[in-house]
Design a protein around this ligand. Structure first.
Ligand code: F6R
Length: 257
């Protein structure tokens, strides 16, 4: 794991953006895995500013609520088109977002897995992290081997997300479709972003705590290429912070992006 600690959320997002920009330049038909929520917004802003050529890029989103109409303001479909895609030249046919209104959701989920493989697998997966350690919507105790499927959101996640639904908890869906932890682990690279004091306890648990299904993000300890791009607030409880900063400032030339 590589722990990249930057002063601000925007600085950390800019590091992630430069890694993604390099991928798209080196491999124009790259396959990206994308996240929603408040965390990736500065990353998407930066990617838009970089004015990259998205014409051959394929994207797969991590998750989507079940049951909201597709054009509801809080679907991840709407989020992605508003905050990233409509500002790029991505081809709509190359955008894959789980369909929370699919007639046969288990079948849809199996096909989503097949599509990821058919498109060559995910080069870089962008992740946020829930305060309970979820990645995608793989809530605590999700199997580390899980694939795309239906999940039930925890009360904590629903409360965390109520801010997007006018703080009305009843409006927050109970179920979602999410890529599995096994799906995420298949990505060739994972970049997890986390910002702010409220992410500090789960970040220290994820990076320096034990591997355990109760903290799904801890599985990233087993990933061969996982980067954490985090701000000083989210990093504030890390015990080995000085070492991570030392590693980053002394990275060899070939490792720079
Ligand atoms: C969303 C997703 C979730 C969020 C997580 C953090 O696509 O996969 O895991 O990344 O809930 O949400 P924010 O960024 O709003 O704190």
């Amino acid at each position: 794991m590589e722990i990249i600690i930057q002063e601000t959320a925007q600085d950390a997002s800019n590091v992630a953006a430069s890694i993604i920009a390099k991928l798209i330049k080196d491999k124009p038909n790259a396959v990206l895995g994308l996240a929603t929520g408040s965390t990736p917004l500065p990353l998407y802003q930066r990617l838009i500013e970089l004015n990259l050529d998205w014409s051959q890029v394929t994207t797969f989103n991590l998750d989507e609520y079940i049951g909201l109409p597709r054009d509801h303001s809080q679907t991840y479909y709407t989020f992605m088109w508003e905050n990233l895609f409509r500002h790029t030249n991505i081809h709509p046919a190359n955008v894959y977002i789980p369909d929370g209104n699919a007639a046969d959701i288990p079948k849809f989920c199996a096909e989503y897995e097949t599509l990821i493989i058919e498109k060559g697998g995910i080069d870089i997966q962008v992740l946020g992290i829930g305060t309970d350690g979820h990645i995608g919507f793989n809530e605590p105790t999700s199997s580390f081997a899980s694939r795309t499927r239906i999940k039930t959101l925890t009360e904590q996640t629903r409360k965390d997300n109520a801010r997007f639904f006018d703080n009305n908890l009843d409006e927050v869906p109970i179920h979602c479709i999410t890529m599995g932890i096994g799906t995420i682990m298949d990505a060739r690279q994972n970049i997890l972003l986390a910002f702010g004091d409220n992410k500090a306890p789960i970040i220290v648990e994820t990076i320096e705590g034990p591997l355990k299904a109760i903290n799904p993000a801890s599985i990233l300890q087993m990933h061969p290429n996982a980067k954490f791009c985090i701000d000083v607030k989210a990093a504030s409880q890390l015990k080995r912070k000085d070492y991570y900063n030392w590693v980053y400032s002394n990275r060899p030339e070939w490792q720079k992006y």
